[in-house]
Design a binder for this molecule. Sequence first.
Ligand code: FAD
Ligand code: FES
Length: 272
Amino acid sequence: MGYKIEKATEIADNIFEFWINAPHITKNARAGQFVVIRINDSGERIPLTISETDGSLVRIVFMAVGKTTTYLSTLKSGDEIRDIAGPLGHPSEMGNFGNCVVIGGGVGIACLPILARELKAAGNNVTGIIGARNESLLLLKDELATHCDELVVCTDDGSYGFHGFPADILKKKLSDGEKIDCVWIIGPGIMMKITSMATIPYKVKTYVSLNPIMVDGTGMCGSCRVTIGGETKFACVDGPEFDAHLVDWDELMSRQRTYTAQEKESLKLFQD
Ligand code: FAD
Ligand code: FES
């Protein structure tokens, strides 16, 4: 017995959206949390952010980057996955902060709808800034526009919206004196590191969602170890959101590369 994928769609180039029937997840799911899924009995467990919920359906959005996500991308509406555990991790800090900016890079954009929706419901003014390498990799912009008071869309190559990075937009807003009370940044490590540097001089509270390698997702294995303000934390149980200005980015990015050779080999074996 597994969990049915009610709807599977490729929503951008190599990026897939699944709505999975999992009432045990949706009952308590909040922005910032994630699930760990396993496709079949012998499958690897992978963490994916809860992108949105609708009744008993939970949405995950993923990019096919390696063996498990490539395998997952071959599943269709009506197929089942073996298990889905969650919601895991701490929910995003929530409250009426004032002017909030939520920033998504690449597939990290998928994490924003539920966050923007909850921030809006808490009474905040919400600005969304999303960025992708090009137009074909942009996702969920119409949906996000419904939750945000303002949405700025950027592409690295200028094929859609502002030609540049979300960090450029954030820097401009800050230097123009716009009042920003809280920022969330979700995307690749290097993007989160660079974008979060923009808020340091202005002392704006800035959260990032860290994506180290995770195995059990319950604080037992230690694989998701990160250093925050000089202290060891486990992203799965202490995070995944942390104060961006305290993250040891170099350690995070170096640990993410630990198994690059094995990951390449595993994908090749799967494709052959
Ligand atoms: P692999 O070839 O195994 O790895 C490809 C890349 O993914 C490598 O950079 C590797 O460092 C990273 N990775 C591999 N295994 C894991 C693992 N067990 N845990 C974390 N990272 C891993 N991706 C999405 O596309 N959408 C999401 O919403 C999303 N949310 C995430 C939330 C959290 C809390 C974390 C920690 C990661 C999230 N990721 C998300 C990343 C996703 O888990 C990896 O892309 C996936 O595990 C890759 O598996 P693979 O076998 O396809 O690729
Ligand atoms: Fe094992 Fe966090 S994934 S301790």
